[in-house]
Design a protein around this ligand. Structure first.
Ligand SMILES: Cc1ncc(COP(=O)(O)O)c(C=O)c1O
Length: 288
């Protein structure tokens, strides 16, 4: 498979569609040096992006949190995504919207004179965890902790927050795991490197409070689905010692969708009935 920079197709950049291979930035782009970049990961199913407006709103919010207000409205972001999907002839695709501080008069930490830029790329992308999607993913436990919201704007889907995720995932893959679960700065269960986490015990569901992690759009959707079924969902702080007592576990995210987890470190979980039911219901919902 060719590299992501070497493909046919079009990418939307700063208001217009350009050839895929020409979607380039200068080496003195502020974002490349100082992580002034925010993004979205979305999925288009049979021609419709699931929760598209919510993703566009979150992109704008993430950019605001990084002090780089986007020069595009939600409606303009929506139009950009539609145009990119159409230009590439895709109806089932992953959608990556990205906004960043470009190159300009500033090359120090401050960047207010540099342009705020945006791009949208789309491509076909199957299961994020491959086979694990069906068998139950094996997760490592990361040595890195999710930082306090007083350390970094954790509510933003910002590139800087992924530095420890990339390192965690590399370490996990080196051990034969699909991903890593991270604790937060207080020692509570947080999330995986690109997905939220849920546990089942005695027919009730437990998931971390999103006060130091991304409150994923899939997470919110799945909580709504569970409550609609009459299942109790506890959004609360989860201690490390509790991992031993949970029966089932799954991850949620746009890329991960609902992925069962079979193992986290030495703790094992069954791919149980509720996990399978929620995964199936989610698949139906996104295509409804
Ligand atoms: C760190 C992190 N947490 C959670 C999620 C899940 O968010 P969503 O369901 O909005 O895709 C993602 C993926 O975007 C993520 O990268």
């Amino acid at each position: 498979m060719a590299g992501y920079d070497d493909r046919d197709g079009k990418i939307w950049m700063d208001g217009k569609l350009v050839e895929w291979r020409d979607a380039k930035v200068h080496i003195l782009t502020h974002a490349l040096h100082y992580a002034s970049s925010v993004f979205e990961g979305e999925r288009c199913y049979t021609g419709k992006i699931f929760k598209s407006v919510e993703h566009s709103e979150r992109l704008r919010k993430s950019a605001e949190l990084l002090d780089m207000p986007l020069p595009y409205t939600v409606a303009e972001i929506e139009a950009a995504k539609t145009a990119t999907l159409e230009a590439n002839g895709l109806t089932d695709a992953y959608v990556r919207a990205l906004a960043w501080r470009g190159a300009g008069e500033d090359m120090g930490v401050a960047s207010s004179r540099n342009p705020i830029r945006m791009a949208v790329a789309v491509w076909s992308w199957g299961n994020y965890y491959g086979d694990a999607k069906f068998k139950g993913a094996k997760l490592d436990i990361s040595k890195w902790k999710r930082p306090s919201p007083e350390t970094i704007p954790s509510a933003a889907k910002a590139s800087g927050l992924y530095m420890i995720c990339t390192m965690s995932k590399h370490a996990a893959e080196a051990k034969g795991c699909s991903d890593a679960m991270m604790f937060d700065y207080r020692g509570y269960v947080a999330e995986a490197t690109g997905a939220n986490i849920f546990f089942v015990k005695n027919g009730e569901v437990h998931t971390p409070l999103p006060d130091a992690i991304l409150n994923g759009i899939t997470r919110q959707t799945v909580i709504g689905m569970l409550r609609d079924k009459g299942i109790t969902v506890h959004e609360r702080y989860i201690e490390a010692a509790e991992l031993e007592g949970f029966e089932q576990c799954w991850l949620t995210g746009t890329a991960a969708e609902v992925t069962p987890v079979g193992q986290i470190g030495d703790y094992t979980f069954e791919v149980g009935a509720l996990t399978r039911e929620i995964a199936t219901d989610y698949e139906k919902l996104v295509r409804a």
